[in-house]
Design a protein. Structure first.
Length: 644
């Protein structure tokens, strides 16, 4: 517990365009507060700069600074001089060239504690922060000489989960450096008074977590924003104990951390929690929320994979590993034993050239699968087992899409939102968590585009061209708020696909709404294998004929015509139901191509065509007759992890 009767100071100012003047003015006010006995000082959000995110496409680079930098250096000296703790925020340009809205806690000896990167980033009229700030991914509690403090920044204040996280990790006071105000002419809004809501939500955080809360807001008019100031402190029961007006001001107030304990013990808000009932809170954002509010054009974002030098490589580029999930659900695969044999063959062949990273649901499954694979002769040193909960095996669609920066020898991943193919399977939406889980295993940076997309809906040549279908990516059950041109911008910024080739639709029996990996695949930079149906009476005949004609008239990223190779469809695997059986659902591994076959007359013909397309790789067919009843085969259940 921190010391009792501790004085804190909140510094509220009007800001000019001159950063040096802003720093100097704030420094003088902070020193005045320290001379009056303050031991912890908190400055407002981006105290040294005007609020530049109110403008789109603003040149904000002149406001960016490193940590340590100009602002942190002068306040570090001040903290050391007065043996005080100082909290400030800056527009940080990090070593990886990402830009963050960063809070820095300077300890009483002048040392800088690790920066907190603002987690929740708004994108609304006059608050276009996604154009400028890359989101953080964690919260921090700072153990200072005067107590344990948490820092959240402005928009974070609307999310009770963030405050609860800090309280559970021991924060005795939460500071909210802020830049919020009225839009000129919109002080009276239909939803009510913004300032009142702002104060109310933070008082609620104080009460529900039994901690002090201090909000530090800027004041004055900047452009079309009228910042209202009103910085305040409230105690652990939400009582406002100090409050500023709408001018430059120092707010000084005494706090007593023992009050946190008294209220917490009396009301039991933390000890009576029921975390076992809160699982919904930890699930990723569902697709139904993605159309809310305003959408930030990805071209305007400062920190997309493309801007940081990443791209999605072609599947034939070298891999470090492949990711698979072991099958177990008899609702997906009624003949689970046959599908396990297919998986064993897949693992055996792929492991001849690359590591196999295999997800299993628990230790019992791990032990069972290890025995199956090793008894079949799979090399033990080429298979890694990871215990991870998953609903089904379609990791191509819900898993991360890996991107690489060859110059920096760096790999990262893109986490698209997975909504179980347009909301068809409610019980499978939980697999949306897998990219986050794998990024933690691999310790990779994770990019969040914030739109719905499955990995099987795209195929790339690694040089800027991408294949997809209108039926899937333009489907109203995916991203109804986005136009075709806007989706293309996401594909460019997050995968490096500047040339998108749109086919019409996928094959019948495919519940994914037309995934490309059952229709057409790149086999080299300007060559595509395209599925065609030879029987004019088959319902796929006309669908695939149109797709083939589109490809024949399309060009690659350099403007050159594509070389399009036909591969036949296998025909009906089941005479009663349509199944998405296709030879294009192959996996391209290191030195090998694994092709699904179905014991039909076209198997040998298709294998020969694919062998000719991959003269430097061994091409093998694996019986997928039972697997396809799950409505997918080899490519659908695999996700390559490229080498760098």
């Amino acid at each position: 517990m921190g010391k009792q009767n501790l004085k804190i100071g909140l510094i509220q100012t009007e800001v000019s365009d001159n950063t040096d003047c802003n720093i100097k003015k704030t420094l003088l006010l902070a020193e005045e507060a320290l001379k009056k006995g303050a031991k912890i000082i908190c400055l407002q959000e981006l105290f040294s700069t005007p609020y530049f995110p109110q403008y789109e496409n603003n040149d904000a680079e002149k406001y960016a600074e490193s940590i340590p930098g100009k602002a942190t250096n002068v306040f570090s000296e001040l903290a050391k001089k007065y043996h005080a703790v100082i909290v400030l925020t800056v527009y940080e340009k990090a070593d990886d060239n990402r830009h963050y809205n960063s809070a820095i806690v300077i300890n009483s000896d002048g040392t800088l504690m690790p920066a907190y990167h603002k987690v929740h980033i708004p994108y609304d009229p006059l608050f276009y922060e996604k154009d400028y700030f890359y989101p953080g991914d964690s919260y921090q509690v700072y153990d200072t000489i005067y107590g344990k403090i948490g820092v959240l920044i402005c928009y974070d204040q609307w999310f009770p989960e963030a405050a609860r996280n800090l309280a559970l990790n021991g924060a005795e006071i939460i500071f909210y450096p802020t830049a919020i105000g009225y839009i000129s002419g919109l002080k009276d809004t239909a939803e009510g008074d913004w300032k009142n809501a702002w104060m109310t939500v933070q008082r609620g955080h104080a009460i529900s977590n039994s901690v002090y809360v201090a909000a530090v807001n800027r004041t004055g008019r900047e452009g079309e924003l009228e910042f209202w100031g009103n910085s305040f402190l409230c105690d652990p029961f939400g009582n406002i104990t100090a409050e500023a007006g709408d001018k430059d001001e120092i707010v000084l107030a005494d706090i007593d951390f023992s009050l946190n304990r008294d209220i917490r013990e009396g009301w039991g808000f933390l000890k009576n929690r029921r975390p076992e009932t809160y699982d919904t809170l930890t699930k990723p954002v569902e697709g139904r929320f993605l159309s809310e509010g305003y959408t930030c054009n990805p071209k305007k974002r400062q920190d997309t994979p493309k801007k940081l030098g990443y791209r999605m490589p072609a599947e034939w580029e070298r891999h470090d590993a492949v990711w698979l999930c072991w099958p177990y659900d008899i609702e997906t695969f009624f003949d689970i034993e046959s599908v396990e044999k297919t998986y064993t063959a897949v693992v055996s062949w792929i492991s001849s050239g690359e590591m196999v990273n295999l997800l299993v649901k628990d230790e019992n499954m791990r032990d069972k699968v290890r025995k199956i694979l090793f008894d079949a002769g799979c090399p033990p040193g080429k298979i890694n087992f990871f215990v991870q909960e998953y609903a089904d095996v379609w990791i191509r669609d819900y898993g991360p899409v890996f991107v690489v920066n060859r110059d920096k020898k760096s790999i990262a991943a893109v986490d698209w939102v997975f909504n179980a193919w347009g909301g068809k399977y409610e019980d499978l939406k939980s697999d949306n968590v897998i990219p986050s889980a794998l990024s933690k295993i691999l310790q990779l940076n994770l990019f969040h585009p914030g739109i719905i997309l499955e990995g099987g809906s795209i195929d790339v040549n690694g040089k800027g061209s991408l294949l997809t279908t209108r039926q899937c990516l333009l489907n109203k059950n995916r991203n109804p708020h986005l136009k075709k041109e806007e989706i293309e911008e996401y594909l460019d910024e997050y995968l490096g696909a500047e040339n998108v080739i749109w086919l019409e639709q996928g094959i019948t029996g495919d519940d994914t709404d037309g995934h490309i990996d059952d229709v057409a695949r790149f086999v080299n930079q300007n060559t595509i294998i395209c599925a065609v149906e030879e029987n004019p009476d088959d319902e796929n005949y006309e669908i695939l004929r149109k797709n083939f004609e589109i490809l024949k008239n399309s060009k690659d990223e350099s403007g050159s015509p594509l070389n399009v190779i036909k591969v036949p469809m296998p025909g009906r695997v089941d005479s009663k139901i349509a199944l998405p059986a296709s030879y294009t659902n192959f996996y391209i591994g290191n030195g090998i191509v694994i092709v699904p076959v179905f014991k039909t007359k076209n198997d040998s013909k298709a294998l020969e065509i694919i062998r000719n397309a991959f003269p430097d790789r061994k091409v093998v067919g694996i019986d997928c007759r039972m697997m396809v009843y799950g409505l997918g085969t080899i490519h659908c259940v695999s996700q390559q992890q490229p080498s760098v």
